[in-house]
Design a protein around this ligand. Structure first.
Ligand code: SAH
Length: 351
């Protein structure tokens, strides 16, 4: 029986594709031995494309004000306990300056869907960042916007966009989100972003409420077919002031297993070992890298707001300031044989 799992892993490595049933079997029949084998093949693939480089992205959490009410998220509109903030363009630029001096060459602006961040404001900010730091890539992670808005932001200089698809199953999507949001619109956004020439990241939470291996198989099939440049996955972690506050968190084990599978589907993909992974296990981020990830995203937000950007409880931190964060990460990666590099780290598409 576990022989079958090994055969599936070999087939995945050879063809970069499995059927839905096969993906599901690969998940259902997983064993520690299968995970070790999968991880080995994934690391070998990552090594071939990216060597032992780990790319860093400076994460700037620009606002925790959000019009949406996603049932899992700590900054959802209905959460009255959340202490709201937003950064000014000047504060964001200051984060970039600090980050640039530390060697960051990608800035990721992430936040809730906050109407303050109009196209006008963001385009102006993007142009200022690009003018001051022409050697840097700018990634946006600001949720669902109109086609026109994505167009304008791209023209103003945004290089990449992260928008997790959250789940490839429409019924499961409806369970995790309010009626005002739709799986169709999420997919529309992802298609738009790709058509506009962004490097695009999708992704999902591992162990979100009611998630089954059939759902995960669909996620993997979606990732296989959509061919994203980046993919963000991390364990779901309950936030006490949300409807899912009493649910159980996703596991390190399954997250790492999925990271390895995704690496084998797309050897060139940029795959972060997420903060959420670092939160459920003290060595989660290292374990993610050892399973096939190749990106980490230390926090560049002002320390005064870091605690307020709470998507889930007990968020991991690497140090009280950005420099400390970076130094700590560099050291931790070196300890497992990896080198944190300051290159922009664009996706290396294969011929
Ligand atoms: N508003 C932006 C950014 C969202 S926050 C957007 O919609 O894309 C980034 C990601 O954090 C989300 O896509 C979600 O997958 C993840 N997240 C939110 N709540 C979480 C939780 N409780 N546990 C783990 N991850 C969570």
């Amino acid at each position: 029986m576990s022989k079958q799992t090994f055969a599936l892993i070999d087939r995945l490595a050879a063809r970069r594709s499995l059927s839905l049933d096969e993906y599901r079997a690969l998940l259902d029949e997983r064993t520690p031995e299968a995970a070790a084998y999968l991880g080995e093949l994934a690391v070998a693939q990552r090594q071939k494309v990216y060597g032992n480089a780990v790319y860093i992205r400076g994460l700037i959490e620009i606002s925790n004000i959000c019009k949406n009410d996603c049932l899992y998220c700590g900054i959802r509109r209905s959460n009255r306990q959340c202490d709201r903030y937003r950064l000014s363009p000047e504060q964001i630029l200051e984060c970039c300056r600090e980050g640039h001096a530390l060697g960051f060459r990608t800035f990721v602006m992430q936040g809730g869907e906050d109407a303050y961040f109009t196209d006008e404001l963001l385009c102006d900010l993007l142009q200022r960042i690009k003018a001051e730091f022409p050697d840097c890539a700018v990634t946006l992670s600001l949720g669902e916007r109109t086609t026109q808005s994505y167009t304008r932001l791209r023209q103003a200089g945004a290089d990449r966009y992260l928008l997790r698809h959250e789940t490839a199953d429409a019924a499961h999507y409806a369970l995790l989100h309010p009626d005002t949001m739709s799986h169709d619109n999420r997919m529309r956004c992802l298609r738009d972003l790709k058509a506009l020439g962004y490097q695009v990241g999708c992704g999902f939470m591992v162990g979100s409420p009611r998630q089954t291996t059939a759902h995960l198989a669909k996620d993997l099939k979606f990732i296989e077919e959509f061919q994203p440049d980046m993919c963000g996955i991390g364990p779901f972690i309950p936030h006490k002031d949300t409807p899912f506050g009493g649910e159980v968190a996703g596991t390190l084990e399954l997250t790492c297993y999925l990271l390895s599978i995704i690496r084998l589907i797309h050897p060139h993909i940029l795959l972060p070992s997420t903060t959420a992974l670092g939160t459920i296990d003290p060595h989660g981020r290292e374990k993610g890298i050892l399973a096939g990830a190749n990106v980490v995203m230390p926090n560049l937000s002002p320390t005064s707001v870091r605690k307020k950007y709470t998507l889930y409880n007990n968020k991991a931190t690497d140090g009280s300031e950005s420099a400390q964060c970076k130094a700590a990460l560099t050291e931790r990666m070196a300890a497992i044989g990896y080198e944190v590099v300051t290159a922009r780290g664009d996706v290396k598409r294969q011929a």
